[in-house]
Design a protein around this ligand. Structure first.
Ligand SMILES: NC(=O)c1ccc[n+]([C@@H]2O[C@H](COP(=O)([O-])OP(=O)(O)OC[C@H]3O[C@@H](n4cnc5c(N)ncnc54)[C@H](O)[C@@H]3O)[C@@H](O)[C@H]2O)c1
Ligand SMILES: [Zn+2]
Length: 362
């Protein structure tokens, strides 16, 4: 098992990473001082797959557990789901010291986290992430939110969990596409912050994709370390933490223009390549390193060619319609693999040029 600490003063917590760790949830909860009762929030898929494991572990440590489920998918990340969950918490007579365990992917972590942050002004939250994306990204850092009026994550809070348990054995039930989705964020961490991690990924990508547990442990723990490090220095996302947006500016535009037929990881992969190309145009980054990044994304099962889309729709999605000629937006750029920074010096002409080149190459 590996442990990563997130040091945030009195809001500090540990991320425990290992195969089969969900079986020990009850013991870890007792060790944090909880007893008697717990509530598990899970989407139906995660509940079907791993609800019993958690239930048994909690029962074994003397917890009386209520499990509350909701339908899987982004469409559930709403105030309506939150309201439904509040109702169920009232019915179950959940109290301020009752720990809430969020079992599932990022959607579960975000909506259950939002409910934990607000119900009785805050319930102790334990994240039990079951997708690779949730293990390396959404369960760490305390951002919890729901979508509202088609705007993503627009209502939310910063609310740190008390513990994160990332069980590597759950990754086996994910689809190849879901694993690649998580790998996009993993590759992002190496690219923005850690050249040696990038090299590790480059050398071991096939082993990782074959669910080798030692390799997965390395991948999840090093990713968690990088994210935790950025959260520690900039919990509220005003400065250093913003480099985590690498690949996400163009990525979000691709997602929205494709009406979300392009998955998040796929869009981020393309967004990272766009950011790399912009960095080259600005004389910061090398063509050779861009090719290394592109090859790794390919080996991770991610796309490197742009889906067909209207460039002006893309620019509009990026907040650059014709009215903002000469306008600048914050953009995460690369100096080298492992070294990223936030620039506010990227003109929209440069972005448009890069998007055109990427479409023509596709
Ligand atoms: N809070 C943050 O900092 C943060 C960061 C990144 C992403 N997010 C959010 O995370 C969400 C995406 O997360 P996600 O990709 O995990 O999506 P998700 O939670 O919708 O999970 C994807 C699908 O996988 C299923 N699933 C979960 N675990 C499984 C398992 N072990 N085996 C088989 N199927 C399983 C789920 O039921 C769901 O159908 C988005 O809403 C995004 O906004 C939040
Ligand atoms: Zn992302």
């Amino acid at each position: 098992m590996k442990k990563v600490s997130v040091n945030l003063g009195r809001d500090s917590y540990e991320i425990k990473i290992g195969a089969g760790i969900l079986n020990e949830a009850g013991e870890y909860l007792s060790a944090l001082g909880f007893s008697d009762r717990a509530v598990v929030i899970a989407d139906e898929t995660a509940a079907n797959l791993y609800g019993d494991t958690i239930g048994q572990s909690l029962a074994g440590s003397g917890f009386d557990t209520a499990i509350v489920t909701f339908p899987p998918g982004e469409a559930s990340k709403t105030l309506d789901t939150a309201a439904e969950l509040y109702t169920r918490l009232c019915e179950a007579k959940v109290e301020r010291m009752t720990p809430m365990l969020a079992l599932g992917g990022g959607v579960t972590g975000d909506v259950a986290g939002f409910v934990a942050a607000t119900y009785l002004r805050g319930l102790p939250l334990i994240q039990l992430p079951t997708t690779l994306l949730a293990q390396v990204d959404s369960s760490i850092g305390g951002k919890v939110a729901v979508d509202y009026q088609r705007l993503k994550n627009i209502i939310g809070a910063f609310y740190q969990p008390r513990l994160v348990l990332a069980d590597l054995s759950v990754i086996r039930t994910l689809s190849t596409r879901q694993v690649s989705d998580g790998l996009a964020e993993v590759i992002k961490y190496g690219t923005i912050k850690d050249a040696s991690f990038f090299e590790y990924l480059d050398k071991n990508i096939d082993t990782i994709r074959n669910f080798n547990i030692d390799a997965m442990e390395e991948v999840v723990s090093r990713s968690a370390q990088i994210k935790a490090g950025l959260v520690e220095v900039d919990e509220r996302d005003f400065n250093e933490r913003r480099v985590l947006n690498f690949g996400h500016t163009v990525g979000h535009a691709i997602e929205s223009v494709s009406k979300f037929t392009t998955g998040h990881g796929e869009a981020v992969a393309l967004g990272m390549l766009a950011a790399g190309r912009i960095s080259i145009k600005m004389g910061l980054f090398s063509q050779r390193q861009l090719e290394t990044l592109e090859q790794l994304l390919l080996k991770a099962g991610l796309p490197v060619k742009m889906p067909r889309a209207d460039i002006s729709a893309m620019m509009k999605a990026l907040g650059h319609d014709k009215k903002s000629v000469g306008g600048k937006i914050n953009f995460v750029l690369l100096r080298s693999l492992g070294d990223a920074f936030v620039s506010n010096d990227v003109g929209h002409e440069t972005i448009e040029e890069v998007l055109r080149e990427m479409y023509e190459a596709s």
